[in-house]
Design a protein around this ligand. Sequence first.
Ligand code: ATP
Ligand code: MG
Length: 177
Amino acid sequence: MSEKGLIIVYYGNGKGKTTAALGVALRAIGYDHNVCMIQFIKGEWNYGELYSSNRLKPNFELIVTGKGFVGIIDDDHLIAEHIQSSKNALKIAREKIISNKYNTIILDEINYALKLDLITENEVISLLNSKPENLNIIMTGNHLSNKILDLADLVTEMKEVKHPFKKGVKAKKGIDF
Ligand code: ATP
Ligand code: MG
């Protein structure tokens, strides 16, 4: 645990940001590393990693804090509730980051929470600055600010080339959720 940790960002409009982060988790757990994933936006519906996390215990911890996607048709939460749950996610993230119990912490959809103004850029930067030297942090979401780009060590843009949704194909179990 003595190597310098990285700040990794997967962003962009193409599919694969959360799955890339989960891929890193799978790889790390193979070496008995401890990974914690905190989901900022998702919540209140089912997806595969909720169940896989139980199978990968005790190395993988998944914390769902979100109230589902913001502003879509079946979103019946007030924006204040989304803000509250994002603030709660930040608080949990900070506790996990300073706990020294993990090799890698995934802040899933945090960039999206930032874009929607559910959290502020200063809050995210302060979170990143609280990172212990050897901890890896992975951030996902479709947005990237210049300041976070500066702080990051590894940034990959997922760019949509083709997505079956455009042909009317619905989200698929085991692929999309
Ligand atoms: P995934 O969780 O599949 O890796 P993601 O993290 O890159 O996707 P999100 O912005 O978190 O993407 O959106 C999650 C959902 O939206 C997934 O069901 C995903 O398939 C879908 N999605 C992602 N990119 C696109 C796209 N370009 N067009 C349509 N749907 C998309
Ligand atoms: Mg995602």
